[in-house]
Design a protein around this ligand. Structure first.
Ligand code: WT7
Length: 659
C-alpha cells in the first residue's frame, strides 16, 4: 500500500478552476459547494429528499427518505414508485429534447449512425413490448451480452422499463464467466449478438452463449434474443433463439413504463472481490438513477449543447451510469463507440473528438498512458495533430492516474484549458464519490480531490478512528448514500462481511487505501485487499488462482500484482505443476498454454502477463503462502526481509525466473 506514495505526496502543482467555467457551472465556486455540503451535513434526509424530488419524476411520491431499520441493508425513498426508463426517455418527449440526437454511434469501421430521443423512445418501447409479449416481466433476470451499440442501450432501457433486472456481462468475458453469472442470477432471458467487431475482426458472441447454456444449470432461460450485428454464422436453436429485430417487429411504438418501487433492483453487475467468485452487486431503481443524473450534472457540469463521450463499455459500471442511464436522464447527446482506441490507428480517439465535436470526454488512465506512449512514437497521430478545441472537460476513471499521465492528458488533450477530473468511485458506489468539480475545485495532479456534497468520505485506522492529514488508512464512507450497493445478489452475509466490518462502526469500507493532505484532498493509494486493477478492470487474485488450478497440469498457484507502466498493474502467476519443473522451450510452451487457459476460463483481461514455475510456493511452516514475498519477487526486486521462518527459502530463487 505504501508504494509510490512518496512521489505522489511531493506533488505541489495546483491548477485553479478555469474562470470561464465558473460562472454558469452547476455548482459555481467553492462557497456554493460548501453550502451544499453543509445542507447535506445538517440534515441528510432533507438534502436527499430535495434532490430526489427535484431530479426524478415519481409516479408515487415518497414520504420516507432513508430507512435504516435493517442497516446495513439501507433503503431509500422506499415508499415511492417510479420508472428509470421513463426518467430517461419519456420525460423528454414533449420538450425540444425529443428531436435532439441522443446517441451518435460510431462503429469499429467508422460508420456513423444517429438516433434522436423520440426514436430511441420508440425503439425501447417496441423492444419492451416484444419482451412483454414473450412473457418476460418485472423481477425476472436478464443477461445482456452485447457489443457496444445502440442496441445495448435499448436492451438495458427496455429491461428497466419493465422492471426486468439486467445483468450485463462484458463481451470480453468467456463462456465460463457468462455461465457462472447466468446461473447465479437465475436468468430467464439472454440478450446477445451474433458477433462483435473490434479492430476489424469479428468475434463470436452467440456461440459463447450456446456454450454457456450447454454447461447446464441455466434451464430457466426461455429465450436467447440475438442482435444481428454482422450476419456472421450462428447455430440456431429453434426452441430458444429469436432475432432482436423480429422481437421488435410490428410492436407498438409506445409501451407504458411499469411503476416500480424505488428499491426494486435495477441491475446486478458482477465485480471481483478478494475471495471467492465475483460478487453480484445489486443496485436499486431510484437511488441509482438519482446519483447517475446528479453526478452528470455536477461533475460533468452538463449543458444542453454538450456532446458527451464516455469511452467505457456497458459491461462495466461506468457504462451503466455514464452511458446507459445518466446522460439520457440529463438529455445529453452522447457518443457510443464500438471499437478500440488503437484502430485503425492510435489517433482514433482524437479523430473522433474532432469529428463529433465532443465537449466532455471521459476515459481511463490506462488508455491515456498507452496513447501517450503511442503518440510519442507515431507523431502523425499525436493529439496535437487534431482539432480538439470543442473539448471543455476531460475526465479519468477506474484506477489511480499518476501525475505524469495527468500532465500529459492535461497538456496534450485538454490543451491546458480543460480541467482533468480524476473521479474516484466503484461498482458498489453507483456513481462518482470523490472528484473535482469544474467550477469549484483547484486541481492537483494525482488527487481525486474532494467528496461530492452528501458523501461523507474519510480515512480511518483499523479501529475505525479518523486519521490525521498525511497518515495512510482505509477509505470509508461514513453515512449511507442513495446510489450505494444494496446487497450482493443471493449472498447477504458476504455483503455485510465485505463492506461493513464491525470495527468500522457502521462505515462502508471501500477496499482502497488512502490519505488526505493538509487541504483535505484525498489521494488514493490502491487496493488494500487481494483485488488487482489491470487496465482499470478489477480482478480477484483468487479468481485467477482458481482458474489456474482447474488446469490438469497445475498443482498449486499463487497470483499477485506487479506495477505496470501501461496497465497500472499486471498479473504475475507463480505455478507449481503436477509434473517436474519445466525448463527452456517447454516452460515457455506450458506458460503459453496456461495463459490461454486463463483467457478461456475468465477472459483475456485475466491473462497472466508472467508465469513463473517452481517446485513449491514459499510458505510459512504453518503452510501459509507468503504473498508478500511473491510480490517482491514479481517486481524483480531483491528480498531484504528475513526469510528464515519460511519452510523452503530456496524456492524464492527458483521463482525469480520468468516465462
Ligand atoms: C476500484 C473500483 C469507478 C468505476 C470503474 C471501476 C479503483 C477507481 C479511481 C480513481 C484511484 C480508482 C479503486 C476502486 N479506482 N477510480 N479515480 N483513483 N483509484 O470500478 O471496477 O468497481 O473498481 O477502482 O481501487 O476501489 P470498479
Amino acid at each position: 500500500m505504501s508504494e509510490g506514495i512518496e512521489s505522489i505526496l511531493t506533488e505541489t502543482r495546483v491548477f485553479p478552476p478555469f474562470p470561464n467555467l465558473v460562472p454558469d457551472a452547476a455548482i459555481s465556486g467553492m462557497d456554493a459547494y460548501h453550502v451544499l455540503c453543509q445542507e447535506a451535513e445538517r440534515s441528510p434526509d432533507d438534502f436527499w429528499a430535495r434532490m430526489a424530488r427535484e431530479n426524478l419524476n415519481w409516479t408515487t411520491p415518497f414520504a420516507q427518505v432513508l430507512d435504516e431499520s435493517k442497516a446495513p441493508f439501507y433503503r431509500w425513498f422506499a415508499d415511492g414508485e417510479m420508472n428509470v426508463s421513463a426518467n430517461c426517455l419519456d420525460k423528454h418527449l414533449n420538450t425540444p429534447t425529443a428531436d435532439k440526437t441522443a446517441i451518435i454511434f460510431e462503429s469499429d469501421d467508422g460508420q456513423v449512425s444517429t438516433i434522436t430521443y423520440k426514436q430511441l423512445y420508440q425503439r425501447v418501447c417496441q423492444f419492451a413490448n416484444g419482451l412483454k409479449s414473450l412473457g418476460h416481466k418485472a423481477g425476472d433476470r436478464a443477461i445482456i451480452y452485447l457489443p457496444m451499440s445502440i442496441e445495448a442501450v435499448v436492451a438495458m432501457q427496455a429491461c428497466a422499463r419493465l422492471g426486468i433486472i439486467h445483468s450485463v456481462v462484458f463481451g470480453g468475458f468467456s463462456s465460463k464467466s457468462l455461465h457462472e453469472r447466468a446461473v447465479d442470477v437465475g436468468a430467464t432471458l439472454v440478450i446477445t449478438a451474433d458477433e462483435q467487431v473490434r479492430s476489424g475482426k469479428s468475434i463470436p458472441l452467440k456461440s459463447a452463449v450456446d456454450e454457456a447454456l450447454a454447461m447446464g444449470g441455466c434451464e430457466a432461460v426461455r429465450h436467447v434474443i440475438v442482435y444481428n450485428r454482422t450476419g456472421g454464422p450462428v447455430e440456431w436453436n429453434e426452441r430458444l433463439d429469436l432475432w432482436m429485430h423480429d422481437v421488435s417487429a410490428n410492436q407498438p411504438e409506445e409501451c407504458a413504463p411499469v411503476p416500480l418501487n424505488a428499491e426494486h433492483p435495477l441491475f446486478i453487475l458482477y465485480t471481483s472481490g478478494s475471495t471467492g467468485k465475483p460478487k453480484g452487486v445489486q443496485h436499486a431503481t431510484a437511488g441509482f438513477l438519482l446519483w447517475a443524473l446528479l453526478t452528470v450534472k455536477w461533475t460533468f457540469d452538463s449543458k444542453d449543447t454538450d456532446v458527451f463521450w464516455c469511452t467505457a463499455d456497458v459491461g462495466w459500471v461506468t457504462g451503466h451510469t455514464y452511458i446507459a442511464y445518466g446522460p439520457l436522464a440529463a438529455g445529453l447527446t452522447q457518443v457510443v463507440f464500438e471499437g478500440v482506441p488503437t484502430y485503425p490507428n492510435v489517433g482514433r480517439f482524437w479523430e473522433m473528438i474532432q469529428r463529433h465535436k465532443v465537449t466532455v470526454f471521459y476515459t481511463a488512465p490506462t488508455a491515456i498512458r498507452s496513447l501517450s506512449k503511442a503518440a510519442d512514437s507515431s507523431l502523425e497521430f499525436h493529439p496535437r495533430e487534431y482539432d480538439l478545441s470543442s473539448l471543455r472537460i476531460i475526465g479519468s476513471v477506474g484506477e489511480p492516474i499518476n501525475p505524469d499521465a495527468w500532465m500529459w492528458y492535461y497538456t496534450n488533450v485538454g490543451r491546458e484549458r480543460c480541467p482533468v477530473l480524476d473521479t474516484w468511485w466503484q461498482t458498489e458506489t453507483g456513481g462518482h464519490m470523490i472528484t473535482p468539480l469544474p467550477g469549484v475545485t483547484p486541481l492537483k495532479p494525482g488527487s481525486c480531490t474532494l467528496p461530492l456534497p452528501g458523501i461523507t468520505a474519510a480515512v480511518v485506522d483499523e479501529a475505525g478512528d479518523v486519521v490525521g492529514p498525511g497518515k495512510g488508512g482505509f477509505l470509508v464512507i461514513q453515512r449511507p448514500w442513495p446510489a450505494m450497493i444494496r446487497t450482493i445478489w443471493g449472498d447477504p452475509d458476504r455483503f455485510v462481511k465485505s463492506y461493513f466490518p464491525p470495527e468500522l462502526k457502521g462505515a462502508y469500507l471501500a477496499g482502497d487505501g488512502a490519505q488526505r493532505d493538509a487541504d483535505g484532498y484525498f489521494w488514493i493509494m490502491g487496493r488494500i485487499d487481494d483485488v488487482l486493477n489491470v487496465s482499470g478492470h478489477r480482478l480477484g487474485t483468487m479468481e485467477v488462482e482458481s482458474a489456474l488450478v482447474a488446469h490438469a497440469l497445475v498443482a498449486e498457484a499463487a497470483v499477485v500484482g506487479r506495477p505496470d507502466a501501461t496497465t497500472g498493474e499486471a498479473v504475475v502467476a507463480f505455478v507449481v505443476l503436477k509434473r517436474s519443473l519445466p525448463e527452456g522451450e517447454e516452460a515457455v510452451m506450458i506458460a503459453r498454454q496456461l495463459r490461454d487457459w486463463v483467457a478461456k476460463e475468465i477472459g483475456p483481461i485475466a491473462k497472466p502477463k508472467e508465469i513463473r514455475f517452481g517446485e513449491n510456493l514459499p510458505k510459512t511452516r504453518s503452510g501459509k503462502i507468503m504473498r508478500r514475498l511473491l510480490r517482491v519477487v514479481a517486481k524483480g526486486e531483491a528480498i531484504t526481509q528475513d526469510v528464515s521462518t519460511l519452510e523452503n527459502p530456496a524456492i524464492l530463487d527458483q521463482m525469480s525466473q520468468s516465462h
